[in-house]
Design a binder for this molecule. Structure first.
Ligand code: R5P
Length: 320
């Protein structure tokens, strides 16, 4: 078996440390600093020759710096003869533009895929891509995990599955919400969301039965918080007695804490794919760590074992 080395970018030291602790493997030290003009300097401070390297880096804000830092780290690893370079990237930036929606636009998700692949990554592990088809932009293996089994497990453990309906906050999210509903044996409702103005969601109506029920919204991203709060409001208007939002990536642009605190949403479950600073944490939030799942993924990849079992909520394999 090749030696495993874990290396962390600057984006999420807590998550990298948690994974390192679970795997009982120290993080390989990296010298990382800025030149006076803002350029990034990277040097891997230990040998990586021939080893199975896992670079843990979430490409959250500031996305441009995180992306460039990742590319430079990959380049440094490749030029240091790392055996296999695995990018563990829970949140992949620039994924929103996965097609040309209007003439003369860029397809940034493809551009980022080209950059990462060209830099020398052998495998990408990521969570809840904005669109599943982004996997196909990469000509290397992509292990695309989803957040909903973690939320499903939390709700089950807290005995919050009775009289519950799973809600897709928009038409685009129906497939994922349907999978979660299916996994839990629950019914599905769909919110018909429209965006007349950029970055501002409006809701027209809800398809499905929510009256008297606990409505669990499942979404990939919360940014301004507008979509969730509007959805919670309409669900309550339609008679839902409780609204829980389950969102994988807490982008939390600006600071929607106050908006959440005063909204109709009762609880917001997030993963830590993106670090959430103290000042943005609303009293309604509960953050579920991806650390244990990512540690298992790393261990299994290094042993060439299947990852399929990890896609379910009933984690039969407690062992790494
Ligand atoms: C939209 O397609 C996404 O799934 C999210 O609903 C959206 O990005 C959330 O944005 P905001 O929190 O700004 O409404």
């Amino acid at each position: 078996m090749k030696k495993i080395q874990l290396i962390a970018g600057k984006s999420h030291p807590e998550l990298a440390e948690e994974i390192a602790k679970i795997l009982k493997i120290p993080l390989t030290p990296v010298e990382s600093r800025y030149f006076a003009d803002g350029e990034i300097y990277i040097r891997i401070k230990e040998k990586v020759r021939g080893n199975d390297v896992y670079l843990i880096q979430s490409m959250c804000a500031p996305a441009n710096d995180r992306l460039m830092e990742t590319l430079i780290m990959i380049d440094a690893l490749r030029r240091s003869s790392a055996g296999r370079i695995n990018l563990i990237c829970p949140y992949l930036c620039y994924s929103r533009q996965d097609r040309k929606a209007a003439s003369r636009e860029a397809i940034t998700a493809k551009l980022v895929a080209n950059l990462i692949t060209k830099a020398g990554v052998d495998r990408l592990v990521t969570v809840d891509l904005h669109a599943d088809q982004i996997q196909g932009f990469y000509d290397i293996p992509v292990d695309h995990f989803v957040g909903y089994p973690l939320f499903a497990k939390y709700l089950k453990d807290k005995k919050m599955l009775g009289n519950t309906v799973i809600v897709s906050p928009d038409i685009g999210g129906v497939k994922k919400a349907d999978k979660m509903a299916d996994m839990l044996g629950l019914k599905l409702a769909i919110i018909d969301k429209v965006r007349k103005v950029h970055d501002k969601a409006e809701v027209t109506h809800v398809v499905g039965e929510v009256e008297g029920k606990r409505a669990v919204i499942i979404d990939d991203v919360v940014s301004t918080g507008g979509s969730i709060c509007i959805a919670a409001e309409i669900l309550k208007k339609m008679g839902a007695k409780e609204v829980i939002a389950c969102v994988t990536h807490g982008v939390l642009s600006g600071n929607p804490k106050e908006l959440f605190d005063n909204s109709a949403v009762d609880q917001i479950l997030l993963t830590n794919s993106i670090p959430i600073p103290e000042e943005k944490i609303s009293k309604k939030m509960k953050i579920i760590s991806l650390g244990p799942l990512l540690a298992k993924i790393i261990k299994r990849i290094s042993r060439e074992r299947s990852l399929g079992e990890l896609f379910t909520w009933e984690d039969k394999s407690q062992a790494l």
